[in-house]
Design a protein around this ligand. Sequence first.
Ligand code: ZN
Length: 141
Amino acid sequence: MKFYKTGRKILRGLPHDGDLLGEIEKLARRENIKTGSVTVIGAVQKARVGYYDQETHEYLETGVEEPMEISSCLGNISLKDGEIFIHAHINLAARDGRVIGGHLAPGTRIFAAECLIEELMGVELERLPDQATGLSLWPIR
Ligand code: ZN
């Protein structure tokens, strides 16, 4: 069992009109955070969310072409191909309370976003191709 200690905690606004996934990644890379967790609340102008088809091993993406609240966005930071990599999921709430969610994909445009990154100090986690799922996952130890 590997345990981590909490490192830095960074609470920061992300830029209006920025790409949500890209801006989280930029922040983590700028601060050189290789392992950690991410939470975001705020609002988006439009979004793209993914759903991983477990049979075809492909992401199906849905475009959300309306302003939505980020009711929850949770993710983690680890390494993939030696680079800092963000994996995040998002729930978005519409004006009438409808909720849509999924894997946070590029193309989600920020209206306003407040991001908390919590750095974890310990063994670096590297994502590797996983045969059973077709995903890049952390090795199970
Ligand atoms: Zn995902």
